[in-house]
Design a protein around this ligand. Sequence first.
Ligand code: MN
Length: 198
Amino acid sequence: MAFTLAPLPYDFNALEPHIDARTMEIHHGKHHQAYVTNLNNAIAGTDAENMSIEDICKNISKFPAPVRNNGRVHCNHTFFWSIMAPNAGGVPKGVLGDAINAAFGSFDEFKTKFNAAGVGRFGSGWAWLIKNSAGKLEICSTPNQDNPLMDIAEVKGTPLLGCDVWEHAYYLNYQNRRPDYLAAWWNVVNWDAVAKSF
Ligand code: MN
């Protein structure tokens, strides 16, 4: 069964002024669509056709390069759209908020560390908040389109939050100012969605 690009759960302009409509339109409709098309071409007639995108990531080392590359990208972007929302941001409450405070000292310290992971990622990549196999929260970053689900990830775990720090995610509005993009991005984090997966 082929993978499909789900429509965004909000309008292209819904995350403005933090992420502009044109960036969302190109990022979702052009970048992500191309990855889905390439992934479907790569898995046609193989066992991967019957696997979930998460299971492909968990076994990523077993696949040829076109599946490895496009599979992880599809997984990352599908996740990315789901953890953003208009009229979002703020401070996570309840058990998730407590867990973040316990793991990082405070929400502000968590944000500082997450921002450092995103800004410090040389070139293109992602910053993540994950739950590791011990059930503990951790911040990590991955190069290119790698993710913590992958069997060959340096730091493994289940992503709870992820930020795309490729230039295509912010260049139209922020150019070289990745720290400004990250600062604005917190205003669109959908903590309800993060709490559900936690
Ligand atoms: Mn991207």
